[in-house]
Write a protein that binds this ligand. Sequence first.
Ligand code: PXP
Length: 247
Amino acid sequence: MSVRLHINIDHVATVRNARGTKYPDPLYAAHVCEAAGADGITAHLREDRRHIRDDDVERLRASITSHFNLECAATDEMRAIAERVVPDTVTLVPERRQERTTEGGLDVAGQRQAVETFIAMCKRVGIRASLFIAPDDVSVQLSHALGADQIELHTGEYCHAFEPGKAAQRDKELARLVRATELARSLGLEVAAGHGLTRHNVGPVVAIPGVAEVNIGHSVIADAVFLGLSEAVQKLRAAIERHASRA
Ligand code: PXP
């Protein structure tokens, strides 16, 4: 089994919403990604609905045949939507309205009550619960203590350091990801990774033994502008296959 590739299609909806049209349709994008070899589709329903909207979530649930991973904040509103839609996985993410994208991992300790309530609902209706966290021991241990099935490690710091002249910083960030993965696996948690990954920097992440899944959005939609979505997904898949740990 290689590393699962989930494509985040939010930015297809960003383009659609920029003109208030019905196209490009994120659902069509999801089908293209599946046909091109994606193992799953990820969509983030933000509180401000800036890209994915409620009816996109319903349509994705009704028609994709791969894995559906819904990202959302641990709010009462999102819990009610997830309970009704029943995606395969819910990934709880932090959310601030002013941010451009999801910056930083979930404050699991600060949101403990809301996260616990969300995970309890997931267990009741049969949704896998994943927490998007920074690669640190406390967040991993707390995710386990609260009953998460999976963690998704925030790779933003690693990706920022993936530039010429920053090798030492990159290695340090990679070491944090390795350590967090080892700890999570020792506790029985599944491990995913995401944020800022591209076909150029994904190799060292999927080579980490224990990383089972990556969620990638912005870079693949950017590649699709020049290559088309199908080829962009295939190139990403090929990059993953070249490096993936089979551990
Ligand atoms: N994983 C999570 C939990 C995210 O919130 C995001 C961004 O929405 C991604 C993965 C994808 O990040 P990117 O768009 O930088 O590939």
